[in-house]
Write a protein that binds this ligand. Sequence first.
Ligand code: CA
Length: 425
Amino acid sequence: MEVKGLAMGLQLGASLSVLLLLGACADAGARETPVPLSSPIAMADANKPTISFQEWVKGFRVEALKAGISADVFDRAFRGVTPDPEVVAADQSQPEFTKAVWEYLGSALSDKRVATGKQLIAERKALLDRIEQTYGVPRETVVAIWGLESGYGQFQGSMNVVRSLATIAYEGRRPEFGRSQLIAALKIIQAGDIAPDAMLGSWAGAMGQTQFIPTTYQIHAVDFDGDKRRDIWNSVPDALGSTAQYISHSGWKSDEVWGGEVRLPKDFDYAQADMSVKQPISYWAAKGVVPAAGGKFPAREYPLEASILLPAGYRGPAFIVTENFRAVLAYNASTSYALAVCLLSDRFNDRGTLMADWPLSERPLARAERVELQRLLTEAGFDTGGIDGIIGYNSRKAIRAYQVKHKLPADGYPTASLLARLQSQ
Ligand code: CA
């Protein structure tokens, strides 16, 4: 859906903070919006609408009718709708502090979430058999996404989606996103899938048990219980079928692994540990990368293209991740999220417990510190491709170049000690 290049998926710290704010939802767009450099006040002014909401609705109605929405559906969906101050506040908020990846995983992989998932896998066996046969996505992966997106359907968001999207279109930071999602939402209502007042979701328009935004729903949602309606809110078969279809559309290959924890050799070149570097598993095996649990990679996995991922830098656990991991990233372009889904799916089979320790003494940099790190790197001649507080591909590249120059392990990972070193120079 809204995944704009993998670089976005690799902003570990930055994506995580917004992830936690929104809850995990299939709305990479909302989550990955770069944070503008200008002050929040200037930003708010820039979004200040010049016309009243009623005038805006009048104009948008013309656009919607041109797009094929009937006047009756439009007027029914917009009856009594006003801008939602909660949406405006959420849209403007820029979380300063981020959770460490191990804290996020700790809650994502809680004993309770694992136990509930196991129980649901047993209870829903017939449905999950049919989903696996239809889409080739393992039941554990589908149920893990369900568990992370909506707590297995318990937390779907209770905001009126038309109202939220209209607010974003009228005075949000991403009016274009709001408009296109709103048109898609009206089409869903027009198709009779859901009544306007039952179309509930997150402030950013992520809906139902799958947390699909309307455009994702339009392409990937499926009626899996055969009642002619795609109901991702109330029908578990529809929700899980839709999740599996989306993951399948995103490139999941049945009978292939997602990857797992690995051990890197002492002389490993950390600059290669990046999602932009893809090599067959045989290549990594030849470099001395081995499964963390011991033994060797099975020969049948040798041809799979894979990357090495260090979610907390070279001091923390290392993972090998295949194209199936990237299919999960399509759902939510955060590598922490995809790791949570994949590890949770393993936990359902009593696997996926990590061997290596997390570097608990490190803390994630706050937004202001990330900005400072980017500024200092740029001043020192290591181009971070802008100073926005988001550690994406260019920032990691700049950190690596700095680390290589100073003979540090080139993992491209932003730490407090790296910042302190730059500050003292
Ligand atoms: Ca249905």
